[in-house]
Write a protein that binds this ligand. Structure first.
Ligand code: AHM
Ligand code: MG
Length: 335
């Protein structure tokens, strides 16, 4: 039984046996993420103090400026997962291609691949607004002991065995699922320990918050425009409140606790929206469903989408179940 004040370390050990593959490998993986999260948290927290903010001069495969902390977080997560010889492959928002680990080592029997957005919402770093890390875990589909291939990463979201995020906010929290509900752990920075602070997290079925970048309104599909107008209409429990941080993790986290919907639709400028299916939308969708919420591209369940590319983008609507159902209704009606 999970109980408040339990440490994340204790929780992982206690819940290991309830996971269907009990080799301990997944527990070690979550432990490594916990460690890397603490290291990155330390750096994020002093971002305003040291000369680490600002663009590193590189652009990633999507042509966006990389911030130095993105690079740092990327290195830390990859290093931690690689050095401890825990996974057989990693794909990251910051890497053009996936990384195969220890493919030469015949003793490498690791079964899991990790997909990660090491520091999401990075445009918020240099203005002291919260950012996050998102991760997604799959069992490889190619034989153990051979180098991983793209096939191991291009799996449907419904195949995930674990997913989670770290929110570097007013407190730092690690929230994750292994398919048996969602639990949130808050870091006590004084002693560097995560404590179970939010057991069995769930989206309220209805909410009163909508989160969308309304600056793009003019470019949105008609169904989304109509849904936004519906949110703003004076009727019943509406108008809803608008809240948009521009950090997916933080917007999702608030909406899960308070009840709400997050939308990043396609637009006349971006035909597939902005967010990436494999390391942003799928993990958030898995968490949402595990927390009694829902995630959709407007028509299809996110977790049912068959991926075709590592850095694929997809429209994303996610949050309280009834709100997402309503948004989908508007999308269908406007077809
Ligand atoms: P990033 O991966 O480049 O940081 O972009 C992802 C972020 C999300 O966290 C956030 O919800 C969204 O982009 C905000 O985009 P916009 O500024 O277009 O509203
Ligand atoms: Mg991102």
């Amino acid at each position: 039984m999970s109980q408040k004040n339990q440490t994340l370390g204790e929780f992982i050990i206690e819940n290991q046996s309830s996971f269907k593959y009990t080799s301990g490998e997944l527990s070690r993986l979550i432990n490594s993420i916990r460690l890397a999260a603490k290291v990155v948290n330390h750096e994020v927290n002093k971002a305003g103090l040291v000369d680490i903010i600002g663009a590193a001069g590189d652009t990633n495969i999507q042509g966006e400026d990389q911030q130095k902390l993105d690079v740092y977080a990327n290195e830390k997560f990859i290093q931690t997962l690689t050095n401890r010889n825990i996974v057989c492959g990693i794909a990251s928002e910051e890497e053009d291609d996936f990384i195969s680990i220890n493919s030469q080592d015949e003793n490498n029997n690791n079964k899991y691949v990790v997909l990660i957005d090491p520091l999401d919402g990075s445009s918020n770093i240099d203005v002291n607004v919260s950012v996050g890390t998102i991760f997604s875990v799959y069992r490889r589909v190619t034989p153990v002991g051979t180098p991983v291939t793209l096939e191991d990463f291009l799996q449907k979201g419904s195949q995930q065995v674990a997913a989670g995020y770290v929110v570097y906010g007013t407190s730092t929290m690690l929230v994750y699922t292994t398919g048996a509900g969602v639990n949130g752990f808050t870091l006590n920075p004084a002693i560097g320990t995560f404590y179970l602070s939010h057991p069995d997290m769930e989206f309220p079925e209805n909410g009163k918050i909508y989160s969308v970048n309304e600056g793009n309104y003019i470019h949105f599909p008609q169904g989304i425009k109509n849904y936004i107008k519906y949110c703003q209409m004076e009727e019943g429990d509406r108008p809803y409140t608008s809240r948009y941080i521009g950090s997916l993790v933080s917007d999702f986290h608030r909406n899960m606790i308070k009840g709400g919907i997050y939308l990043y639709p396609k637009s006349s400028k971006n035909s597939n929206g902005k967010l990436r299916l494999l390391y942003e939308c799928n993990p958030m969708a898995f968490l949402a469903e595990q927390a009694n919420g829902k995630a959709s591209d407007g028509f299809t369940r996110i977790l049912d989408i068959e991926p075709t590319e590592l850095h694929q983008r997809v429209p994303f609507i996610c949050g309280s179940k009834n709100m997402v159902v309503k948004a989908e209704e508007f999308m269908r009606l406007a077809e």
